[in-house]
Design a protein around this ligand. Structure first.
Ligand code: NAD
Ligand code: TYD
Length: 339
């Protein structure tokens, strides 16, 4: 039996992970989340009364709050999803990224050390490796690729990864790091490419494609990321890094066209807009280490995953409309503040 502290569990991947763990293991989960703009407890409304689940509103930068969450819930495992996660926001202002992603991780690492936590899993990103050349598809990110982050977001995640490495080497803390490619699936905040384009296509709005639309991302269905994290948690070797990816590279423009096709919409609303500053050209993950050493493999092929995702956004319009109007932020007050 494990007692997991899942930080950032009200976000996109964290909320999918909590459901995945409840469905596939016997572990208990304490979800510790600050509820920033990206945190939405409605994502978890269907499991919030599960006896193996508990929510604590808290900031990972708040040492005392983190320590009491660990001691009161007899936590033996920490999985850190909590982060500022959107590259465009990090370009507009990077302070929150450094505070949460770097200092917050440091607080969690110190707490893990104090409480002799059995496993600390840092959920990182392939973006710490920087950008790949687009003309040589044989080159992918491996765990040996040097860290060469280019955006304030990825640099703050790289800082956190290096701190995790340091706590393993210096303090023998049982740390594991996963670096995953771009995720897609239900409950993704509609500021990221796929849900934003689905919402805009449904509403007949213009679809803003940055630059020439030829940047490449390697897309993985969120449940496959969740199963990868569980594999690393259960079988990974302390101090190691594991890449997780779908071997599924797409030009942005082709993703946008596919979404329009699946929704039965014309391409007329595609609009090329000014490029993102410092826009990484290509990401692609080599997942052979986690596949060969831990026996992980993705279950969802892209055609199935993207259809499921589009269907979910169609069937859950009220979810993303509430996000877009800001109404989702009232969920905590309405359902939790009196508890
Ligand atoms: P998200 O932005 O949807 O969710 C982040 C969550 O963290 C939110 O619930 C937010 O309230 C919470 N949070 C933010 N600051 C906090 C703080 N100081 N204390 C406590 N909680 C805080 O992010 P996501 O897309 O679900 O990503 C989760 C993790 O996975 C991140 O660490 C991200 O770097 C990593 N990752 C994401 C992707 C992707 O494609 N989305 C890919 C690889 C790795
Ligand atoms: P995003 O979902 O923000 O993820 P990341 O930047 O972390 O990879 O963006 C995915 C790709 O889509 C990236 O190359 C930027 C591009 N993009 C657009 O072209 N238009 C948009 O409106 C957004 C949000 C992203």
């Amino acid at each position: 039996m494990k007692n997991l502290l899942v930080t950032g569990g009200a976000g996109f991947i964290g909320s999918n992970f909590i459901k995945y763990v409840l469905n596939n293991t016997e572990y208990n989960i304490c979800n510790f989340d600050k509820l920033t703009y990206a945190g939405n407890l409605e994502n978890l409304s269907d499991i919030e009364s599960d006896s193996r689940y508990k929510f604590i509103k808290g900031d990972i930068c708040d040492l005392e709050n983190v320590k009491s969450a660990i001691s009161e819930n007899e936590i033996d495992t920490i999985i850190n999803f909590a982060a500022e996660s959107h590259v465009d926001r990090s370009i507009l202002g990077s302070r929150e990224f450094v505070v949460t992603n770097v200092l917050g991780t440091q607080v969690l690492l110190d707490s893990a050390k104090e409480f002799k936590i059995e496993k600390f899993l840092q959920v990182s990103t392939d973006e710490v490796y920087g950008s790949l050349p687009e003309d040589d598809k044989s080159i992918k990110f491996t765990e040996e690729t040097p860290i060469a982050s280019n955006s304030p977001y990825s640099s703050s995640k790289a800082g956190a990864d290096l701190l995790c490495r340091a706590y393993y080497h210096t303090h023998n803390l049982p740390v594991l790091i996963t670096r995953c490619s771009n995720n897609y699936g239900p409950y993704q905040f509609p500021e990221k490419l796929i849900p934003l384009m689905i919402a805009k296509a449904i509403d007949g709005e213009k679809l803003p494609v940055y630059g020439d639309g030829k940047n490449v991302r390697d897309w993985l269905y969120v449940d496959d990321h969740c199963s990868g994290i569980l594999s690393v948690l259960d079988k990974g070797i302390n101090g190691e890094v594991y890449n997780i990816g779908g071997n599924n590279e797409w030009y942005n423009i082709d993703i946008v066209k596919l979404i329009l096709k699946l929704l039965g919409k014309s391409e007329d609303n595609i609009t090329y807009v000014k490029d993102r500053p410092g826009h990484d050209r290509r990401y692609a993950i080599d997942s052979s280490k986690i596949m060969s050493e831990l026996g992980w493999a993705p279950k969802f092929q892209f055609p199935e995953g993207i259809e499921k995702t589009i269907k979910w956004y169609r069937n859950n319009e009220s979810w993303w409309r509430k996000v877009m109007s800001g109404e989702y932020m009232k969920y905590y007050e309405k359902n939790y503040s009196s508890k």
